[in-house]
Design a protein around this ligand. Structure first.
Ligand SMILES: C[S@@+](CC[C@H](N)C(=O)[O-])C[C@H]1O[C@@H](n2cnc3c(N)ncnc32)[C@H](O)[C@@H]1O
Length: 260
């Protein structure tokens, strides 16, 4: 990552002239085919980030290492992922810090898991429950792929998050992206330390209403709900305006703090 040239086995993001992105794993002798022709991987291998290479038809492609946001949008999927626009606000609103002990469910495809692993770092711990074995496999592959190997501080568990209650473990932060947080609230809240933060991510208002009521019943304080509307802009010398398209709705974040 420190200005080293691209090596075999790692991923590159190729950006074409129109800003389209392609995520490619580099292999000696390999070729990437797209509508702009063919690109031998060997043109990228050994070059530094930010290099422009040319396909067989002369189309130019810029080479960068993928950001977490690039990877999440292109990685293998089982369940629907949390989009980058929501990952950042989730981490900040739940105050996920380096060294934190975090519990998450469900793992799904692992988008939030990757963001959590990055945020807590090697001094932290991420325990992530997923009840579908096939989804957990997808998430495991994504984590291995993104980090190069499974982070030692990530514990992927096949099962219902309610099982955490029988482990005696405690956590400072809990993040739930599952349809019925209310159904697992007792067990997850019991594993949170007082002052700990719970964040839920839900697509519809009925789920939010139920969840907020359940969190208040469970004596969570500072319960707040928000959504993130991200509007990108088209900025050119003759025209500066919002882009015509935007993602109007993804999910609602609800955050609260456990009281003593
Ligand atoms: C929307 S997906 C999570 C996506 C994930 N946040 C991501 O970014 O890739 C919801 C997942 O929760 C899992 N799930 C639902 N209830 C669960 C429970 N009680 N314990 C563990 N996993 C659960 C489902 O199987 C599903 O894979």
């Amino acid at each position: 990552m420190n200005g080293e040239p691209f090596r075999a086995g790692e991923r590159v993001v190729l950006l074409d002239e129109r800003g389209r992105r392609y995520l490619v794993r580099l292999e000696p002798g390999g070729t990437f085919h797209y509508h702009g022709g063919a690109l031998p991987h060997d043109l990228v291998l050994g070059s530094e980030e930010g290099t422009t290479v040319h396909s067989t038809t002369g189309a130019s492609l810029l080479c960068f290492r993928p950001r977490l946001a690039d990877f999440v949008l292109k990685m293998g999927r089982g369940a629907q992922v949390i989009y980058p626009k929501d990952l950042g606000p989730l981490l900040i609103s739940a105050d996920v810090f380096p060294g934190a002990r975090v519990i998450e469910a469900g793992t799904g495809s692992g988008a939030l898991t990757l963001a959590l692993c990055r945020a807590v770092g090697p001094e932290g711990r991420v325990v992530s429950y997923e009840r579908r074995a096939d989804f957990l496999d997808v998430a495991r592959r994504n984590a291995e792929d993104f980090f190069g190997k499974l982070p030692a501080w990530l514990d992927l568990r096949h099962g219902d998050v309610r099982e955490v209650a029988s482990t005696g473990e405690t956590f400072q932060r809990a993040l739930l992206d599952l349809p019925e947080p209310r159904a697992v609230l007792d067990e997850v809240a019991a594993a949170l330390i007082p002052g700990g933060i719970l964040a839920t991510y839900l697509p519809s208002t009925g789920q939010v209403q139920e969840t907020v009521a359940a969190m208040r019943d469970a004596r969570f304080a500072e319960v707040e709900t928000f959504e993130v509307l991200l509007r990108t802009w088209h900025v050119e010398p003759r025209s500066v305006r919002p882009d015509h398209r935007m993602v109007a709705h993804t999910g609602f974040v609800t955050v609260g703090r456990k009281t003593a």
